[in-house]
Ligand binder design. Structure first.
Ligand SMILES: [Zn+2]
Length: 265
């Protein structure tokens, strides 16, 4: 079973470059394709812990111990791949990445929100639907999109749940700062002091709160995946994200009602 070509072959057939040797015995691999094991020691071209676990036969859903026996010592598995990545990770690099996501996720979400606003912008009932439903979906999804990608594909890059919460909270903060600057300096001419205060308190808190809520689900998915050494399951995290979207949508609906009722500003 294990030696059969498997269903998710990457199709890569790179011939070893000049000077490249077998990772285990050093035997020259010049002219030998990636799919061919070392002629000297029989090792695969790529070190098992460096191979993409999604392409491994040992991560196929049909692989079971009863059918295929014990997992060989040099078989590619998600757990071994994760252990190797964790062993070589770098604290400075992890925090740099956290900082980049923390600062970049907000602007990324603003671009997403703009695209949504151009598509559905307008007054009346449809405009309200966009504000209450589509706006919160786009904004909340975009704010945690970068962190979600890392959790799903490169979870070893994060060192702790705290970093994920920082990414989420900062995304909400940066997003609301950009939104307020646009709203109070571009959209609204001469905003009242009450509107300015409202936007810099309630709106900022709403954005940070909703993002942290979505981030909490993501952080739990990351923690469980790292603990059990499996690909993080994002289904429970999606429930937290939906919670953030509903909260954000409810706020927008309330704000529209108060505004149209003449209560707010
Ligand atoms: Zn070899």
């Amino acid at each position: 079973m294990a030696n059969e070509p498997h269903i998710r072959s990457s199709g890569r057939e790179v011939v070893g470059e000049k000077g490249s040797g077998c990772w285990r015995c050093g035997y020259s691999r010049v002219g030998i394709g990636q799919g061919t094991p070392c002629p000297e020691c029989g090792s695969p071209a790529i070190r098992p812990v460096d191979a993409e676990p999604d392409e491994s036969v040992w991560e196929e859903p049909t692989t079971s111990d009863a059918l295929s026996g014990r997992v060989p010592d040099d078989a590619v598995t998600y757990a071994r791949w994760l252990d190797a990545r964790v062993a070589e990770r770098d604290v400075g690099r992890s925090w740099s990445m956290t900082g980049l996501i923390a600062l970049g996720a907000g602007p990324f979400a603003v671009v997403g929100a703009f695209a949504g606003a151009i598509w559905g912008g307008g007054q009346g009932f449809f405009g309200a639907i966009v504000l209450v439903v589509f706006g919160p979906i786009v904004e909340e999804v975009c704010k945690v999109a970068l962190a979600t990608y890392v959790v799903e594909r490169k979870p070893y890059l994060f060192l702790s749940r705290t970093q994920i919460l920082i990414c989420a909270g900062a995304a909400g903060l940066v997003f609301s700062v950009i939104e307020n600057l646009l709203y109070l300096h571009v959209y609204v001419r001469l905003p009242s002091a009450e509107l300015v205060l409202w936007r810099w308190t309630v709106c900022v808190a709403l954005h940070v709160g909703c993002s942290v809520l979505a981030g909490m689900g993501l952080a739990s998915a990351w923690r469980d995946g790292m603990r059990d050494k499996r690909r993080p399951d994002l289904v429970p995290a999606t429930r937290w994200l939906v919670g953030a979207i509903v909260l954000h949508g409810a706020y927008n609906a309330l704000a529209i009602m108060l505004e149209r009722g003449g209560v707010l500003f």
